[in-house]
Write a protein that binds this ligand. Structure first.
Ligand SMILES: [Zn+2]
Length: 235
C-alpha cells in the first residue's frame, strides 16, 4: 500500500514538472498552422490563405465570425513592456507583427506621463474555453455568454488584441489613460475595438482597455470617421 502511495506521489511530481516545463520553457511560438483554419462562421467559406496573408491585420472576430481551435498566430512574442503581476505567461504574448508598434505606443504614452501596462494579450482557444466554462459553472450560461466570448470567438486568439491597464489596474471610462488611448492609439495602428455607444454593431459593451491592431492606414480611417471594424469592413 505504502509503495502504491509513493508511486502515485512520484507520478504527480513528474506530472507537475512536465506541466511546468510545458508552460514555461517550451516557447509558445511553435505555431504550425498559420492561417488555415480561420473560419467565417456566417457562411461555409473559410478565409483563403492568400486573403489572410495579405490582410491578416483586418481579420474580423466577433459573435458571428470565429476562429477554429487550431488557429494560432504565426509567431508569438512577449513585448518589452510592463505587465500587471497576475497574468499568465501565455497572456503576455502578442503576434510578433504588432510588437514594435505596441512598444512605441507604450513608450510614447510614458513620455507624456501616462503609464500603461499590458493586462492580457494572446489567449489560446483552450484558455478561452477554460475561462468560458468556469464562468458558465459559476454564473450560468446566460451570464457567461453576456460577458465572456465563447472559445473561437475571442479576438484575443488572433494575437492582435491586448487589454491595457494602468498602475491601479483599473482603467475606466474617462480616466487619463483611457482618454490617451482613445486619442492616440490609431497613430500606432490600433483602434479601441469596442467603442462607447457602438454595442449594437460590435456586440460588446464599451471597453476602453481593449485595443486591437489593424494597421496604421485602417486605424487612422476608423478613428477619423468614428466607426467600428465591422463598419470599416462593410459587414
Ligand atoms: Zn480584451
Amino acid at each position: 500500500m505504502k509503495r502504491k502511495i509513493r508511486k502515485i506521489i512520484i507520478l504527480i511530481i513528474i506530472a507537475v514538472i512536465f506541466y511546468f516545463i510545458l508552460n514555461n520553457i517550451i516557447p509558445l511560438n511553435k505555431g504550425t498552422e498559420l492561417y488555415d483554419g480561420i473560419v467565417k462562421v456566417n457562411n461555409s467559406n473559410e478565409y483563403t490563405k492568400e486573403e489572410l496573408e495579405k490582410e491578416v491585420n483586418l481579420v474580423l472576430v466577433n459573435k458571428n465570425y470565429g476562429l477554429s481551435k487550431d488557429y494560432k498566430p504565426k509567431e508569438l512574442v512577449i513585448p518589452d513592456i510592463l505587465f500587471t503581476s497576475d497574468i499568465s505567461r501565455e497572456e503576455k504574448h502578442v503576434d510578433k507583427r504588432i510588437v514594435e508598434d505596441l512598444e512605441n505606443l507604450i513608450n510614447s504614452a510614458r513620455k507624456e506621463g501616462i503609464i500603461l501596462l499590458g493586462n492580457s494579450g494572446y489567449r489560446s482557444y483552450e484558455t478561452q474555453n477554460k475561462i468560458y466554462k468556469k464562468r458558465v459553472k459559476s454564473e450560468g450560461e446566460e451570464m457567461a455568454e453576456a460577458y465572456v466570448a465563447k472559445p473561437g470567438f475571442s479576438e484575443h486568439q488572433t494575437g492582435l488584441a491586448i487589454d491595457i491597464t494602468n498602475e491601479e489596474n483599473f482603467l475606466t471610462q474617462g480616466s487619463r489613460e483611457a482618454i490617451w488611448l482613445e486619442e492616440n492609439c490609431h497613430k500606432f495602428g490600433f483602434i479601441i475595438r469596442y467603442p462607447y455607444g457602438k454595442e449594437d454593431i460590435t456586440g460588446i459593451a464599451y471597453e476602453p482597455w481593449h485595443i486591437r491592431y489593424v494597421g496604421k492606414e485602417a486605424a487612422k480611417y476608423i478613428y477619423e470617421n468614428n466607426i467600428t471594424l465591422e463598419e470599416y469592413l462593410g459587414l
